[in-house]
Design a protein around this ligand. Structure first.
Ligand code: FAD
Length: 470
């Protein structure tokens, strides 16, 4: 049996969470080994290049944040980071059979066709709706996004505005998704100000008083494909990364943790600390022998399926202006697709030829789990039919550049998620030197995964310093 030198930290899972954690831990001077089960890193950040187009699987663009930009710079790929032109940041909603720009403020919403007069009056009466803070028992209870929005702003705001975003960001079901876990800042506004609208005005005023100009966060992509970020982190890790190395079990050996791989006859890994940066259901398996309660809660975190299809069209076949980020569709509009990102409008390098455009369509989500059973042909036909309707596409069929079938794409922050996380955190704290990071813990967004991964790495750095002193 081949034994590796003990390392300070073994990180399990080479998606963006594990890569960031291992990268920062290495920068802090810890000896690190990252183990990824697949032949390549990136998890759900993958790109396909076919000479004609570059198609991104997973995130099409990433919202900039200080922690994200810090990592991009440290990984040495700042010059590859691209922000779309301001006009290409405009998102649309498919509503009433046409594309309507998403309003960026209340006056714009009130003059948009997204809500009827009744819907607008109901929204404006939001400050008059009794808040849950007046009922201490109810305020403690978690509530679904649908229940919260219907209660505060009315059913039209839910159907026309919120539900499409819940599908687009969480691939979720608004009747199941937890308001407190998915949109904590909005719940906080109700708690502190008794109204979301009053809370939004108050935070705008406070920002102005402090001299801060409220800015829209920029989306960022990478020249050559969004998998440049995981690839750069993998390169920096060098020999401290092993791919095609699925961890099958972890054992406590005195002060150490031992990891066995699928090829257990050949290798075992001994580490002072382990970070599980896998999806929740894999962490559930690896923790089952340590803490069955945590394992059960991890397994109970549902994941929605998402299918992405990248389609190239001749530019002159598209009737829509392509002056934005793309669109999301309300379910009531009768499209099967959840939405579509206009990749080449945001990042022109996604098509080699100026006369082509690249569009990525999203299907599936919690409300369409049957999507996984559909054949590739069926899905392409459904995508094309919906795009023809929404974007006024004429002429022929598109060229399929890539398809990504994510059977378990996005963790669902369903009602009760915070209680699950508390049980998991308490149980994992009882396992010496075991840590978690990943998209099911704070938010699925890439910047939030990176932020959490860095804080886990910092914690490891501090505990090593403490151990060195004692
Ligand atoms: C379709 C889609 C669209 C998205 N769009 C956006 C977006 O626009 N913006 C945004 O910010 N975010 C987006 N996200 C979310 C974001 O991409 C993810 O939340 C994030 O990439 C998750 O990273 P992770 O490292 O936590 O998990 P993962 O990427 O799932 O990585 C986990 C890794 O663990 C590995 N692994 C599993 N089991 C083992 C084992 N036993 N041993 C070793 N390794 C193992 C897996 O192979 C994988 O590489 C999107 C996600 C999807 C799926």
């Amino acid at each position: 049996m081949k034994a590796f030198q003990p390392v300070d930290v073994a990180v399990v899972g080479g998606g963006i969470s594990g890569l960031s954690c291992a990268f920062w831990a290495k920068r802090m001077g810890l000896s690190v080994l990252l183990l990824e089960s697949e032949p390549s890193v990136g998890g759900c950040m993958r790109s396909v290049r076919n000479g004609e187009c570059i198609a991104d699987g997973g995130p099409q663009s990433i919202m900039s944040s200080p922690e994200f930009m810090e990592l991009v710079e440290a990984a040495g790929i700042k010059e590859l980071a691209r922000t779309p032109a301001a006009e290409a940041n405009q998102p649309y909603l498919f509503h009433g059979g046409r594309l309507v720009p998403v309003p960026q403020n209340l006056p714009a919403l009130l003059s948009s066709p997204l809500l009827s007069l009744g819907g607008k009056l109901r929204l404006l009466s939001e400050p008059l709706v009794a808040s849950r803070r007046s009922d201490a028992g109810a305020a403690e209870q978690d509530e679904s996004v649908a229940a919260f929005v219907r209660r505060r702003a009315g059913p039209q705001v839910l159907d026309a505005l919120v539900s499409p975003f819940v599908s687009g960001i969480f691939a979720g079901d608004p009747d199941k998704l937890s308001m407190r876990s998915a949109f904590p800042a909005v719940v906080d506004m109700e708690r502190r100000h008794g109204s979301v609208l009053r809370g939004a005005v108050a935070s705008r005023r406070a920002a102005r008083r402090n001299g801060a100009v409220p800015k829209r966060r920029q989306s960022v992509g990478f020249g050559g494909g969004n998998d440049r970020l995981p690839a750069a982190l993998a390169e920096q890790l060098g020999r401290e990364l092993r791919t095609s190395a699925p961890v099958q079990a972890i054992w406590q050996r005195g002060e150490w943790l031992e990891l066995s791989l699928a090829d257990a006859a050949l290798s075992r890994i001994v580490a002072r600390s382990v970070v599980l940066a896998t999806p929740a259901f894999v962490a559930a398996d690896l923790l089952a022998r340590f803490e069955p309660a945590a394992s059960a809660e991890l397994r109970a975190i549902a994941y929605s399926p998402v299918i992405q299809i990248a389609l190239a069209y001749p530019r002159n076949a598209i009737g829509a202006p392509l002056d934005g980020f793309g669109f999301l569709a309300a379910r009531s509009e009768g499209l099967r697709i959840l939405g579509c990102v206009w990749n080449s409008a945001m990042f022109p390098d996604r098509c080699a030829r100026e006369e082509d455009v690249l569009l990525t369509v999203f299907l599936g989500g919690a409300l369409d789990p049957g999507v996984l059973a559909a054949s590739d042909d069926e899905l392409v036909r459904a995508a094309h039919a919906d795009l023809r309707r929404a974007m006024k596409i004429h002429d022929g069929m598109p060229r399929v550049i890539a398809g990504f079938r994510w059977a378990k794409a996005i963790p669902q922050y369903d009602v009760g998620h915070d209680r699950k996380l508390k049980t998991i955190a308490d149980a994992v704290a009882r396992i010496p030197h075991m840590h978690l990071c990943g998209s099911y813990l704070t938010s699925p967004s890439v910047p939030d995964c990176i932020k959490l991964a860095k804080s886990v790495a910092e914690g490891l750095g501090r505990s090593l310093e403490t151990r060195a002193k004692t």
